[in-house]
Every structure is written in structure tokens, then in C-alpha cells.
Write a protein that binds this ligand. Structure first.
Ligand code: CAA
Length: 369
């Protein structure tokens, strides 16, 4: 009997120590989650292009951004070693308001935790800006556009970046300016504060910008894409300027850029009827430079950005400036401007290097000066 009692006591002891261990583990995990609400691990991300190739790089950047946080560092380290690249991701964001929905779906790591409406990350020499208001089809709110501007300027100033890609998600690049945000605005308000004035910042960016468009690119979304230097579109992308159906007209350059891209008759038809047009039409009309399978658009845009970024940056900047001048100048003035820029490039080491490399039958080594 005493023997049985002892056994029961031992089992009870066993159970209670297991229970204590269980509680300790739970409280340890809860403490970590509460201390680091920004740390999220996502599995089953096999379709995330970023994740496949850049997981290690992302982790490294997260770690380097947060090196001051020793606990975080030691917690991240073992995770970075374990598991397959395609099935594990750490997404970090300091900000509780960080919209993780799209990020989690896509497996991005936000390089700037202060953004709530976009996600930024660099892929080699390409800066990627992902519009991230998926529930509102990436409607371009005031806050979102300020963040886009901020990211654009940062990438433009970053000497490690040579091209910038802007993208959305599979359903929408962007469904236009945020209608809910602007519906109650009065004339006095929009006029006094020059509503949409800050949307023009992208036109001051010196580095090449590429729009990788899937899904809806409507109204302001179409205008944002048209502000980019190059547009790659997924085969199901849908463009349009439907503002007329809201009792307004495009207000971020739609009437001006569309007519320059596709001509008067088509631009009139699109803007006056508000009908959407397909990626195939956009490509045929010269608005879009390439149509790709939906899941390849972003990769190809980044690849193009990488190819551009690997060339001489001052020459790239001059080429972009010269092409853009064509929209502002007469043919004679434009050709004169181009010739002057062409001449000025002979002051660069890259011009000497590019031509010597050709003569010597070797690859040039650009120094960007
Ligand atoms: N602004 C604010 N919210 C928007 C939005 C926009 N431009 N476009 C879509 N949304 C929101 C919807 O309100 C909806 O939110 P709730 O679930 O909270 O209701 C959510 O996104 C999903 O949209 P839908 O349910 O409408 O999705 P759908 O698949 O049925 O239709 C759509 C998709 C055809 C794109 C439709 O959403 C639509 O027509 N959107 C408006 C497009 C538009 O008119 N754009 C021009 C805006 S004005 C402008 O851009 C001015 C300018 O020149 C800068």
C-alpha cells in the first residue's frame, strides 16, 4: 500500500513538475511575444520570390538594423540557421500599426518600420516599394503617398541603389486615389492645400523607376504607373481612368500623360467614357513595354532594374533626363539638350572606361564618376 502511495506521489510529483515546466515555457513564449510583438515567423512561403533567394539577406538586414538589441539578436540567430529557406521567414516591424496582412502574404521584410502603407526592401541594387493597403485595393491615401515619396527620395539618395521598382499585389497595383478620404473635401480645401500636389514628387526622382503592375491600375493607380519610366504588366492587369464616373476628371496627370502615350483619339475615348483597358491594349498602344505572366512581373521588373543599375549611373541619369525632356521641349530644343548632355558625358571616367573596354574586348568596370 505504502509502495502504491509512493508511486502515486512520484507520478503526482512528475505531473506537477511537467506542469510547472509547461507553464514556464508558456510564460517564456508569452513574455517574448509581448516584449517583441514585431517578430513574426511565417511558414509555407514557397511562392514568395523574395523569400526564396533573399531570406538570408533579409535576416542579415533585420539583424544589422537591430544589432543594438542583444536579446533580439540572439533570438533571431538560431532561427536564421534552421529550416528551409523557402519555409521560414522573419518579418520585423517595430510599429504596432504596421500593416502585416500583405507583408505576411508575400513574405516581405520591411526595411523601414515607420511605414504603415508601403513595404520597402532592396534587392541588390534595386529598391522595391510595395503598396500595401490590400483591403482597400491599394487606394492611394494621403498617408500612403507621403510614404511613397519618402521611400523614393531615400532610394534616390542611396548610392547603393540604381533603380526603383513600384508594385502592388496580384489584385491591385492601385485602384486610384482614396475616394473615401476625398469624398467630403470642399473646393476651398483641395485648392488651398493643393490636393494631390505632392503626387508630383516622383517626377523629380533621378533614378529609373519601373512599375510592376498586376490587377487594377485605375485612376491615380494608372497615373502613378504612368509617372514611372517603364511599365511591366501582368497579363490580367487592367488600366483605366474611371474618374469621369465619379463626376471628376483625372487629377494627377492622367489626361496629359495618357494622350502623350497613346494619342488623342484613344485617350479621349478612355477618359471620356471611363472604360478600362486591358494589359494587351496597353501594350499594343505603347503605354506598357512588356506583358508577362502575373507571377513573373515583379521578378522581371527587378531583373530589369538590376540590369540598369549595373550600368554607368551618370549615363543612365542623363538618358532618363534626356528622354523626359522630349515631353517638354520642341524637337529642335530637345535634340540640342540631348547633344549637350551627350557632350558632357565625355567628362566622365565611365565614358573612358566604357569605350576602352569595348576596344580591349572586355567588360567595363563602372565607377559611376
Ligand atoms: N478608394 C477607396 N477605397 C477603394 C477604392 C478607392 N479608389 N477602390 C476600392 N476601394 C475599396 C472598396 O471601397 C472596398 O472597400 P470595403 O470592403 O471597405 O467596401 C475594397 O476596396 C474592395 O473594393 P470592391 O469591393 O469595390 O472590389 P471589386 O472587386 O468589386 O471592384 C474596383 C474593384 C472595380 C476596382 C472597384 O473597387 C472600383 O471601382 N474602385 C474605384 C476605382 C476608381 O474609381 N478609381 C479612381 C479614383 S479617383 C482618382 O484616382 C483621382 C485621380 O486622378 C488621382
Amino acid at each position: 500500500m505504502a509502495h502504491i502511495n509512493t508511486n502515486i506521489r512520484i507520478k503526482e510529483k512528475d505531473l506537477s513538475s511537467k506542469f510547472i515546466l509547461y507553464l514556464t515555457t508558456i510564460s517564456f513564449v508569452v513574455t517574448y511575444i509581448r516584449t517583441y510583438p514585431e517578430l513574426i515567423i511565417q511558414r509555407n512561403c514557397k511562392n514568395t520570390h523574395q523569400l526564396k533567394d533573399h531570406n538570408a539577406e533579409l535576416l542579415e538586414r533585420i539583424l544589422s538594423n537591430r544589432r543594438e538589441d542583444e536579446k533580439m539578436f540572439t533570438f533571431l540567430r538560431p532561427l536564421s540557421k534552421g529550416g528551409s529557406k523557402a519555409t521560414k521567414l522573419l518579418i520585423a516591424s517595430n510599429n504596432a500599426k504596421f500593416s502585416t496582412f500583405g507583408a505576411l502574404q508575400k513574405g516581405y521584410a520591411n526595411s523601414d518600420p515607420h511605414y504603415n502603407n508601403i513595404i520597402t526592401e532592396s534587392h541588390g541594387k534595386v529598391g522595391l516599394i510595395t503598396l500595401n493597403r490590400p483591403k482597400a485595393l491599394n487606394a492611394l491615401s494621403n498617408d500612403l503617398f507621403h510614404e511613397v515619396n519618402d521611400a523614393l527620395v531615400k532610394y534616390d539618395d542611396d548610392s547603393n541603389i540604381g533603380a526603383i521598382v513600384i508594385t502592388g499585389n496580384e489584385r491591385a497595383f492601385a485602384a486610384g486615389a482614396d475616394i473615401k478620404e476625398m469624398s467630403d473635401q470642399t473646393f476651398a480645401q483641395v485648392y488651398k492645400y493643393n490636393f494631390l500636389g505632392h503626387w508630383g514628387k516622383i517626377n523629380d526622382i533621378k533614378k529609373p523607376t519601373i512599375a510592376a503592375v498586376n490587377g487594377f491600375a485605375l485612376g491615380g493607380g494608372c497615373e502613378l504607373a504612368m509617372c514611372c519610366d517603364i511599365i511591366y504588366a501582368g497579363e490580367k492587369a487592367l488600366f483605366g481612368q474611371p474618374e469621369i464616373k465619379l463626376g471628376i476628371i483625372p487629377g494627377a496627370g492622367g489626361t496629359q500623360r495618357l494622350v502623350r502615350a497613346i494619342g488623342k483619339s484613344k485617350a479621349m475615348e478612355i477618359v471620356l467614357s471611363g472604360r478600362n483597358f486591358s494589359a494587351q491594349e496597353a501594350e499594343r498602344w505603347g503605354l506598357v513595354s512588356k506583358i508577362l505572366p502575373s507571377d513573373k512581373v515583379l521578378d522581371e521588373a527587378i531583373k530589369l532594374g538590376q540590369d540598369i543599375a549595373n550600368l554607368s549611373q551618370p549615363a543612365i541619369q542623363a538618358a532618363k533626363e534626356s528622354i523626359n525632356a522630349a515631353f517638354e521641349l520642341s524637337l529642335k530644343e530637345g535634340c540640342h539638350f540631348e547633344r549637350r548632355l551627350f557632350h558632357s558625358l565625355f567628362s566622365l571616367n565611365d565614358q573612358k572606361e566604357g569605350m576602352s573596354a569595348f576596344v580591349q574586348k572586355r567588360e567595363p568596370k563602372w565607377t559611376n564618376d
